[in-house]
Design a protein around this ligand. Structure first.
Ligand code: HEC
Length: 188
């Protein structure tokens, strides 16, 4: 409606700049992306996705309503490495946080309790079981990239998905000027 008040010549360049704004971040990222292997927490990030931590805690770790109830924010967590490892392995009794160690509360002791002791407080079983090494890896990923990371940013989102996923559009800064984006198109 506002556009219709402008002469056509004012509209067209605007629209093409907007189109560029959608395409350019993907290009810029592809050029600057470091090889995944250079990040020692890449394995933990893979576990975060594979074990579906993202399903409940979301890519950013802030959680929100999921099928396991309100997952706590891993960005705001105060837990230490040991406590994160324990929480992932044993889950959290009485909540929707699943356990990821095979045999937890059976042949593997968790907080010196078994299924019988926990009764209805027994946490759900993770959709996949993780080896201790994977649990440590995902804890290290959380410590390096999630805990204390503040509010999710567009850059973090693009980094997580290794591309400019549409999921990330909502994190794009509101004041981002089309002109500023267009200037990155100088390589064309
Ligand atoms: C089915 C949903 C679900 C999945 C899958 C899940 N979580 Fe959780 N998680 C929760 C919920 C719900 C809580 C909150 C528990 C509470 O209320 O104390 C939680 C809590 C946590 C906490 C404790 C945070 C704190 O500050 O106390 C950590 C750490 C955690 N999750 C890590 C993970 C990791 C890592 C994975 C993947 C291996 C994962 N979670 C998978 C639902 C889930």
């Amino acid at each position: 409606m506002i556009l219709s008040l402008l002469p056509a010549s004012a509209i067209r360049p605007r629209l093409s700049i907007l189109a560029l704004a959608v395409v350019m971040p993907a290009v810029a990222f592809a050029e600057s992306a470091p090889p995944a292997a250079s990040d020692p927490t890449a394995a933990g990030k893979a576990v975060f996705a594979k074990a579906n931590c993202v399903g409940c805690h979301k890519w950013h770790g802030n959680g929100g309503g999921g099928y396991g109830g309100d997952a706590l924010s891993l960005r705001k967590t105060q837990l230490t490495r040991e406590q994160i490892i324990d929480t992932v392995g044993c889950g959290r009794p009485g909540t929707g946080m699943p356990f990821f160690t095979r045999g937890a509360y059976d042949e593997i002791k968790c907080h010196d309790m078994n299924r019988q002791d926990l009764g209805a407080q027994m946490p759900p079983e993770g959709g996949t079981f993780l080896r201790q090494k994977d649990i440590e890896a995902v804890a290290d990923y959380v410590l390096a990239h999630v805990k204390g990371a503040g509010e999710p940013t567009y850059a973090q989102c693009v980094d997580f998905f290794s591309s400019s996923s549409r999921v990330c559009d909502i994190y794009r800064p509101r004041d981002e000027k089309p002109e500023a984006t267009a200037s990155t198109g100088k390589s064309q």
